[in-house]
Design a protein around this ligand. Structure first.
Ligand code: PEP
Length: 273
């Protein structure tokens, strides 16, 4: 870790249990063994909140959790204020006649401070494109909702030597829409590492983080490059977090499966070096 305050976010997705592994077709894009998460329930979320409230978290870390929309309010009411709440998505503009969507205004109203945008599941399963995601970031920031901006390459892109191209292209869409970077955290999440148990090596992650920081330096400004936190996500767990956290340009983590277990999530938060 090197830049700013260590940042650890827990992405609870549409789920609340990570004991099940499943070999099969998860979606049209992924035929590898992947983790299938059971749906979160009121009971499982109550237990997770209680575990988080009981855990000892290092002071010098920003800690965020991102429950499914329908549980944000109950989590906000019961979770320690030490942990801030993020949404997993938001509507692209001001709320209105957009059936099924949740607006930035509503998220702020129920106490969300953050939103995750550009998560690979939204890009590759739901089909959100770079431009749409960039617009969402611009709108959220304009309303003072902070943004966890996700980027990352698919396996075939890495194998074709296109990792940097893909990440820079995704960065460009964010940069085209963002004028103030102080409320932005970048999450590098290689798609092949998300929910697969195949974590990037510390060297693989560090290599991309340095490249993204360098891209920010050249394309935004040296100040933004040196002050923006770049966190890693993709199969981070209690066992692999400390080696990753030692890397100079890894400023924290975005955690999926392992954030559904309070004590393990606390271990990841406390891996700050
Ligand atoms: C994520 O969903 O952002 C993520 C990194 O998931 P996991 O930790 O389960 O790979």
């Amino acid at each position: 870790a090197g830049t700013g305050k260590f940042f650890v976010g827990g992405n609870w997705k549409c789920a609340c249990n990570h004991d099940d592994y499943y070999f099969g077709i998860y979606n049209d894009f992924c035929l590898k063994p992947v983790q299938i998460l059971q749906n979160g329930t009121k009971d499982s979320i109550r237990k997770l909140v209680a575990d988080l409230n009981d855990s000892k978290l290092e002071n010098d870390v920003d800690v965020i959790v991102s429950p499914p929309y329908v549980y944000i309010d109950v989590v906000k009411q019961s979770l320690t204020e030490r942990i801030e709440i993020s949404a997993q998505n938001s509507w692209v503009g001001k709320g209105g006649a957009f059936t099924g969507e949740i607006s930035v205004e509503q998220l702020k109203d129920i106490g969300c401070k953050w939103v995750i945008l550009g998560h690979s599941e939204r890009r590759h399963i739901i089909g959100e494109d770079d431009q749409f995601i960039g617009k969402k970031a611009a709108y959220a920031l304009s309303q003072n909702l902070k943004v966890i901006a996700c980027i990352g390459e698919k396996l075939e892109e890495r194998e074709a030597g296109k990792t940097f191209d893909v990440c820079f292209e995704q960065m460009k869409s964010f940069a085209d829409s963002i004028s103030n970077w102080k409320d932005v955290v970048i999450a590098y999440e290689p798609v092949w590492a998300i929910g697969t148990g195949k974590v990037a090596t510390p060297e693989q992650a560090q290599e991309v983080h340095v490249a993204v920081r360098d891209w920010l330096k050249k394309n935004v400004s040296p100040e933004v490059a040196s002050s923006t936190r770049i966190i890693y996500g993709g199969s981070v767990n209690g066992g692999n977090c400390s080696e990753l956290a030692k890397q100079e340009d890894i400023d924290g983590f975005l955690v999926g499966g392992a954030s559904l277990k309070g004590p393990e999530f606390a271990t990841i938060v406390n891996s700050v070096t």
